[in-house]
Design a protein around this ligand. Structure first.
Ligand code: SF4
Length: 458
């Protein structure tokens, strides 16, 4: 089964054993994983139980993503499998939620007669009521008009990981990057009040969370419209007893300013990693993308960050072959990779998406074989950079928050360093969710290997 979310693998909530069983499957980003967790709270309150097996599910819900074509194809292909399952078990309720539901709406119901409901990005708090209605009345439901409420109740006990949790600090986005469908699927930016966020963080930390990841489409712009800054939130979390680490994704270069960089420097818990997508190394392409900054400004931010937060690593997103991208533009993006030396980067070929500002306005004029070649060149260069960097870490010791058993080798564990490097090492199951010291003794471009040591973190 593709995309099974580990949120559904947490034990069924007490008090509803024997209730109708829901299988939640997540396609896409951290925001979708968190939405699934919030849905689990709503479902639990509505008397539902959970399963991770479609054969015993009374309802299957797909939490979907619209960012790339491929993500939507996977959902459609899975809906085909579920249609067959439903022929054998007509009582099974099937729903699509999230970005794809918001973007396609009624068209999804028309395309898939086996689909019972479609609920958009602002309607998931009502998911239990929707499911009740579908199951009781055998009606089909379309719900895509929900209000942008940022205060969604959450049950800390339903989180998938004991030591780590996502916290949504804002929803939607008010920027209009021309390649991006998010403002259409998630609506305009709404920041969550600081007190509300801190109350949730406190409850999670009291329940054993050591690392919080604050989520927002432009998280570093949180609260700006209300006269606040993400720096206020970092300062408050720095003082929170029991909390070890705070991460925040995704940051927008246009929202970085001196005050936030100083706030990061004053918040050691904020770790040594910042995801700051440049998207391109060419000013002409950045203008067509409507990103709102130049390459020079981006590099200035990087320089300032490295001066004020020594050891900070940067993560990037790059789009290869955006509309009008010339060979010189592409070479400029390769040069940006060399200049910044990202510790990790998500690099994709551009594909036009309906509902974006570029759709029907900008010509998708870079031939597919050119996009593929540029993508391969960018990936090759980025892999070389990551391998060089990882080899330079051999022998160093890092504090690692252990996340679980390695998928390839159950005798090994994996975790993340403060700079968000993934490291694999032999270990015992009881180390999961603990902070341990690990020395790096081998490296590939993507992963570090090591061994637990008693030595203090260097
Ligand atoms: S900042 Fe741009 S890329 Fe990010 S969600 Fe908003 S519109 Fe999309």
């Amino acid at each position: 089964m593709p995309g099974v979310n580990d949120a559904v693998l947490s034990p069924p909530p007490p008090g509803h054993a024997g209730g109708p069983k829901v299988l939640l499957e997540v396609f896409g980003c951290q925001m979708n994983k968190l939405d699934a967790e919030l849905m689990a709270t709503a479902l639990r309150r509505g008397g539902y139980d959970f399963t991770d097996r479609d054969e015993e599910a009374d309802a299957v819900m797909l939490v979907t993503c619209s960012i790339r074509d491929q993500a939507e194809h996977r959902v459609h292909s899975h809906l085909g499998e579920l249609a067959q399952l439903k022929q054998r078990r007509p009582e099974l309720a099937v729903g699509v939620l999230g970005c794809m539901a918001q973007r396609e709406g009624d068209a999804l119901l028309k395309r898939w007669p086996s689909l019972d409901f479609v609920a958009g990005t602002r309607d998931f708090p009502a998911v239990a009521d929707i499911l009740d209605e579908v199951r009781a009345d055998h009606t089909r439901v379309l719900a895509i008009e929900g209000a942008p409420d940022v205060r969604t109740p959450r049950d800390p006990a339903l989180r998938p990981h004991k030591a780590r949790a996502f916290v949504s600090v804002m929803r939607g986005c008010h920027k209009r990057c021309t390649y991006c469908v998010v403002p259409k699927t998630r609506g305009d930016e709404v920041s969550r009040p600081m007190d509300d966020i801190l109350t949730e963080c406190r409850a999670l930390v009291d329940d054993g969370v050591q690392e919080l990841t604050l989520l927002g489409q432009t998280v570093n712009g949180w609260g700006r419209r209300e006269g606040r800054s993400l720096g206020d939130l970092l300062a408050a979390l720095q003082e929170m007893d029991g909390l070890q680490r705070v991460r925040f994704i995704t940051s927008h270069p246009e929202e970085m300013d001196d005050a936030l960089i100083e706030a990061m420097a004053a918040c050691p818990k904020a770790g040594l990693f910042l995801h700051l997508p440049p998207q391109s190394g060419s000013d002409a392409v950045l203008r067509r993308m409507a990103r709102g900054y130049t390459v020079a400004r981006y590099l200035q931010i990087v320089e300032q960050l490295r001066a004020r937060v020594p050891g900070i690593e940067l993560g990037g997103d790059i789009i290869a072959g955006f509309c009008g991208e010339t060979e010189d533009d592409h070479q400029a993006t390769l040069a940006l990779l060399d200049a910044v030396r990202f510790s990790q980067a998500y690099i994709f070929r551009y594909s036009p998406r309906p509902g974006t500002p570029a759709w029907g306005r900008l010509d998708d004029d870079v031939p597919d074989e050119v996009k593929r070649r540029r993508l391969a060149e960018l990936l090759t260069r980025q892999n070389e950079i990551m391998l060089e960097r990882h080899r330079g870490m051999l022998g160093s010791v890092h504090e690692v928050l252990v996340e679980g058993a390695s998928r390839r080798d159950a005798t090994r564990l994996f975790g993340r360093t403060l700079a968000f490097d993934r490291i694999v090492f032999p270990g015992e199951p009881e180390w999961v969710d603990a902070l341990v010291s690990v020395q790096v003794n081998d490296a590939t471009a993507l992963t570090l290997s090591g061994e637990r040591v008693a030595a203090p973190v260097a």
